[in-house]
Design a protein around this ligand. Structure first.
Ligand code: X2X
Length: 344
């Protein structure tokens, strides 16, 4: 018998006898650390809520599950649109990810980027908490990522360094940084702007050198990132899209946890998700007069649109909405529209 054949037989015998041993109970082994990817870290609400999830898990698992937040999409070299793929592959264990950044791999998540679909927070909740939200979680779940809870990055407002933007004509020729799927390019192109895709890491230097004129992000991001210091002195409150966050675990990693640990991860994600929405809606927001005053005190012009002015932006992007409704899947978008119409 050759050495190699003998080794193979011995290995086979070892496996066979191991299989016959009684299965040890609670044989769960944990990684020394579970890496949680985010784009923004503390003090941004996004990072704060991700840290809350990690803290709750550590506490309730008596330290068995040790989660560490890695902001700046650093686990994917800063390229936030690669986060979902890295999770699928198990390169990233967990994430609190944005629907915008995952939409290149999960096209249905473009739902939230349909311009002017969601007029208020109740509309977001009606979608995420209803049939459309369930469909989206099923789709994500079919792609090796286990979604556990919704959070929120917030309504995205428009800023630029050149001029007050009150009408689509005012946007003409402005270079606007966007991220995510081509839907964003098409929306800004329809408005006459020159959109350009780049990561958040690249956006800040591009704004400060004037390589781009403007950007769109929640006010909490505008303030915490001090975008007024990179020339963003014109701020238009138009609330054209809102970006929910998703608390999720990579499926290959999820499968290593006991049912009990899975329950713990889900419950804590739901709590941290509620906290995330709370932060996004009660902190630095467009509905808080003190926030707007503080921004104006920095020498920024804050432009509040009348309903008629806002409608002009909606009308100018309607063809993009219709085209992407078909791409995303009309039944899913119908479910979302119905939920918005029926919201309390
Ligand atoms: O890059 C952005 O604009 C940010 C931070 O809002 C997202 O990750 C979608």
């Amino acid at each position: 018998m050759t050495k190699r054949l003998f080794a193979a037989l011995a290995l086979g015998a070892a496996i066979a006898s191991a299989a016959m041993l009684p299965q040890p109970t609670a044989a769960q082994t944990y990684k020394p650390e579970y890496k949680v990817s985010t784009v923004l870290g503390a003090p941004f609400p996004w990072g704060v809520s991700a840290q809350r999830w990690a803290d709750l898990v550590r506490e309730r698992s008596q330290g068995r599950i040790n989660m560490k937040v890695y902001p700046g999409a650093q686990l994917v070299g800063g390229d936030q649109t690669k986060e979902f793929t890295a999770m699928r592959q198990g390169v990233i264990d967990m994430a609190v990810g944005s629907t915008i950044n995952w939409s290149p791999q999960v096209p249905q998540l473009n739902l939230f980027a349909l311009p002017f679909l969601m007029p208020d927070h109740a509309a977001i909740d009606a979608i995420t908490g209803g049939d459309a939200g369930r469909q989206l979680f099923d789709i994500i779940g079919s792609k090796d990522v286990v979604p556990l809870a919704w959070g929120e990055n917030g309504f995205r407002e428009l800023s630029n360094s050149k001029r007050d933007v009150r009408t689509p004509a005012d946007l003409k020729g402005l270079k606007i940084r966007v991220v995510g799927s081509p839907l964003f390019n098409e929306t800004f192109t329809a408005l006459g702007a020159n959109p350009t895709q780049m990561s958040w890491a690249d956006a800040q230097p591009a704004l400060s050198t004037g390589a781009v004129d403007g950007q769109e992000n929640p006010l909490a991001v505008y303030v915490a990132a001090k975008l007024n210091t990179v020339g963003q002195k014109h701020l238009t409150l138009w609330g054209y899209v809102a970006d929910p966050l998703i608390f999720a675990v990579s499926k290959p990693v999820w499968d290593t946890f006991s049912a009990e640990d899975q329950k713990l991860l889900r419950e804590t994600a739901l709590e941290a998700g509620t906290y995330s929405k709370h932060l996004a809606r009660t902190g630095i927001t467009e509905t808080d007069p003190a926030t707007l005053k503080a921004i104006e005190a920095l020498g920024v012009t804050v432009i509040r649109l009348t309903p008629a002015e806002q409608k002009a932006f909606q009308d100018a992007t309607r063809t993009v909405y219709d085209k992407w409704k078909a791409r995303i899947g009309a039944p899913l978008v119908d479910a979302a529209e119905k939920a918005v119409a029926a919201r309390k």
